[in-house]
Design a protein around this ligand. Structure first.
Ligand code: R5P
Length: 280
């Protein structure tokens, strides 16, 4: 049975359909003091908890769903974190800081037999879990909604870390060059991006990243492009915090494509087939 977190219902439904498993009718409740509560139906066999941890509340919800699943009779609990929050805090960047990704991974591990996540920020994050953990690649699916008539396309990653994802989307599309920019992050919302050598004048450009959070990385990357024909943006995790969507629109983006690991208006691509292939 698929047991969905409150923020991941669209993907959970698609996953249940892809696997031919029941979609549990989970109830989400809260107390006047803000504490949350979930209720799940009786489970016979495997429970698959599907919940992106987009906030501290959804982190708690995952732990509650895992515990409720066991209480409801699950013989095995698999936890799918389509988007794993805190994954970018994968080291202590200054003395006194936690390795937050490790802290949350350990907590999630206590209630599950296995973890699956989609395009983790770094594969090394998977080692933080105390149970078997796998990352699945949903990036090739982002090629689906791209126009079929891209002109001499270039798939650009805003930094070297996203090169693999840009190549995956290019491979999914079936044609085009790939390259990456150099990025320096100055703060949580300030970055500078140095263009690659590839000439984009008159060409269609698809800028690809694993996550768009504040939109600073994407908008700086797009600003560095010289005379592109059209610019499209594709990302696995469309967090789109604050005014990120406005930044992209102001940068002249033709269209933004994201997956349903995070449910936003741009989440037109479902990551369900990639997750289903891992769970089947
Ligand atoms: C960082 O390495 C990631 O791949 C993304 O480039 C980054 O998290 C995007 O953040 P923002 O949208 O806030 O610039």
């Amino acid at each position: 049975m698929i047991l969905s977190g409150s923020a991941t219902q669209q993907l959970a439904a698609a996953l249940a359909a892809a696997l031919g498993e029941d979609l549990g009718r989970v109830e989400y409740d809260s107390f006047p003091d803000g504490e949350q509560l979930v209720r799940v139906p009786a489970v016979d066999g495997r429970a698959v908890v599907v919940a992106s941890t987009v906030s501290s509340d959804t982190h708690v919800e995952v732990l509650q769903l895992q515990d409720a699943a066991r209480e409801a009779g699950a013989s095995e609990v698999v936890t799918v974190l389509p988007y794993m929050g805190y994954a970018r805090q994968d080291e202590a960047f200054e003395a006194g800081e936690p390795v937050s990704a490790r802290a949350v991974a350990r907590a999630v591990s206590t209630g599950t037999d296995r973890v699956v996540t989609v395009c983790p920020h770094e594969d090394a994050v998977l080692d933080f879990f105390d149970v078997p953990a796998t990352g699945v690649d949903a990036a090739p699916l982002l090629a689906e909604p791209l126009p079929a008539d891209l002109a001499d396309p270039v798939f650009l990653a805003p930094d070297s870390g996203a090169t693999d994802i840009a190549e995956s989307v290019r491979d999914g599309y079936g044609a085009g060059a790939t390259d990456h920019f150099e990025k320096v992050r100055h703060s949580g919302s300030e970055v500078t991006v140095t263009p690659s050598d590839v000439a984009v004048s008159g060409r269609d450009v698809v800028v690809v990243d694993d996550i768009i959070a504040t939109g600073s990385t994407m908008s700086e990357a797009i600003a560095a492009l010289e005379d592109p024909r059209r610019v499209f943006v594709a990302c696995v995790h469309p967090l789109l915090a604050g005014n990120a969507r406005l930044k992209l629109a102001n940068a002249g983006v033709e269209a933004v494509y994201g997956t349903d690991t995070i449910e936003r208006a741009v989440s037109t691509v479902s990551a369900a087939p990639a997750v289903a292939a891992e769970l089947d």
